[in-house]
Write a protein that binds this ligand. Structure first.
Ligand SMILES: [Zn+2]
Ligand SMILES: [Zn+2]
Length: 460
């Protein structure tokens, strides 16, 4: 692929690109844990340590993502504008700035220290879920495929919460490998991310979830990395490895119960070597974020990070029990089996489901108290990943919100999937069953939303 940068180009670009965007004018509420102070201490620490003056590090200025960049990923109901503020577009746009710099060979890697976060935002967006409206990581992935011609991308989500939004967006996509490790969903929001969730029938094994017991330490996470994540990444052969970097596995985080340290996070990054990391969660504003982010930045820049230690850190304070070790080993073993048998699992699923696979989903938006119900359908096509549709209806309390019928054509769709998807779009426009009929035509890079009440069409 002509637009892919060669290894040589990338090693010539020695700098680590950073973007800071604390979004001072956006918060869910003044005392909400996801608020602007999240990045202030990190920024102070970085300037205090003189990181920005080092030749290895280069600050980049953010820009706005366009509504089209958002529509390439999300079906926002009723439209993109109603679901985002300028802060959301800047957070997403920051990842695009780093993508362009990386692909132009100007930086060797980059870290977008931005908020609001994104990894709980799913394909359909009726409101805010888990502090997220739009998925910065997914917007970057689709941008990299559209603008830079990449095909296979791996996302490793290291936030303590399951990256259920990113999982939903790439569930049926065999070209995007999504690996999330997180605190066991039986003990933490959003209550998902179990081993059995392994991707849609055409993409089985391309979603890998590693639920970890509460109290997991650096040791546990490094075990997962070395025994599962790195071998799987090697075999998958991604054009790029990206990291949804949540810092809430830290032992001081107020929203979760894990025992990672800044050193553990820095080492994780050093092993994983993501091309671009995008900040997700992390709510210990003073005791964790400055240290974890500093450690990650220095690891990315190839600098010594051994001095990045929390003031209250005591070596050896956190130990995993034997039961925890056994549980982690068993989970990794099950995931290794899934990964190795992925082609076989796809063959069995296709045999079982025939031409179309349908599933019902209920989605709860904790921040906005919205209940959504979806009927999702994907064509199990022999020639391509298959076009898919989502019929969605949402309600808040007893108030019904908008409904939509959403059709998505994958970027490498075959001719027949393209034709059938367009036909479905025309059919649903004519009936008045849904408030909106939306089409994501990724091969043409055209995104349409038809309002059946006003009979007008919006194009992105
Ligand atoms: Zn989180
Ligand atoms: Zn097809």
């Amino acid at each position: 692929m002509a637009s892919r940068i060669s290894q040589a180009d990338r090693s010539n670009a020695r700098k680590t690109g950073l973007i800071f965007f604390p979004a001072f004018d956006w918060a869910i509420s003044p005392n909400h844990p996801e608020r602007e102070e999240r990045l202030l201490y990190t920024r102070d620490q970085i300037f205090e340590e003189g990181l920005m003056d080092l030749p290895e590090i280069e600050e980049h200025k953010p820009r706005l993502a366009s509504e089209k960049d958002v529509a390439r990923v999300h079906f926002c109901v009723p439209n993109v504008k109603s679901q985002v503020t300028e802060a959301h577009l800047i957070a997403a746009g920051s990842t695009l700035v780093l993508s362009d710099a990386l692909m132009a060979g100007k930086i060797r890697n980059g870290f977008a220290l931005v908020r609001p976060p994104g990894h709980h935002s799913m394909r359909v967006v009726h409101g805010n879920r888990g502090f997220c409206n739009i998925n910065n990581m997914a917007i970057m992935v689709e941008y990299l495929r559209r603008k830079h011609g990449l095909r296979r991308i791996a996302i490793v989500d290291t936030d303590v919460h399951h990256g259920d939004g990113t999982q939903d967006i790439f569930w049926h996509d065999p070209d995007v490998l999504f690996i999330s490790f997180h605190q066991d969903g039986r003990t933490l929001y959003p209550g998902s991310g179990f081993v059995e969730e392994m991707g849609g029938p055409n993409a089985l094994g391309r979603t890998l979830n590693v639920p970890l017991p509460p109290g997991t330490t650096d040791e546990g996470i490094h075990y997962v990395l070395e025994n599962l994540v790195m071998p799987v990444l090697d075999e998958f052969g991604a054009d790029l490895v990206l990291n949804s970097a949540g810092q809430d596995n830290h032992y001081t985080d107020p929203l979760a119960n894990m025992r990672f340290s800044a050193q553990g996070y820095a080492r994780l990054n050093e092993i994983l070597k993501p091309a671009i990391a995008v900040l997700e969660g992390g709510y210990a504003i003073e005791s964790a974020l400055p240290y974890v982010n500093m450690g990650i930045i220095q690891a990315m820049a190839g600098l010594d990070y051994s001095h990045v230690i929390e003031p209250d850190y005591v070596k050896g304070r956190f130990q995993q029990t034997r039961e925890m070790n056994l549980a982690i080993e068993a989970t990794v073993g099950r995931l290794q089996d899934i990964w190795e048998s992925r082609e076989n699992l796809v063959a069995i699923a296709r045999e079982e489901y025939g031409q179309f696979y349908r599933t019902r989903k209920r989605i709860f938006y904790d921040t906005d108290m919205i209940n959504e119900s979806q009927m999702e359908t994907v064509r199990l096509c022999d020639e391509c990943p298959g076009y898919n549709t989502v019929a969605t209806e949402a309600a808040r309390g007893y108030g019904k919100l908008e409904s939509a019928y959403c059709i998505s054509i994958p970027i490498h769709a075959c001719k027949s999937c393209k034709e059938d998807a367009h036909e479905e779009f025309e059919e649903h426009r004519l009936e008045l069953k849904y408030d909106y009929v939306n089409l994501q035509d990724k091969p043409a890079d055209v995104y349409k939303s038809y309002n059946t009440r006003t009979r007008t069409e919006k194009r992105y």
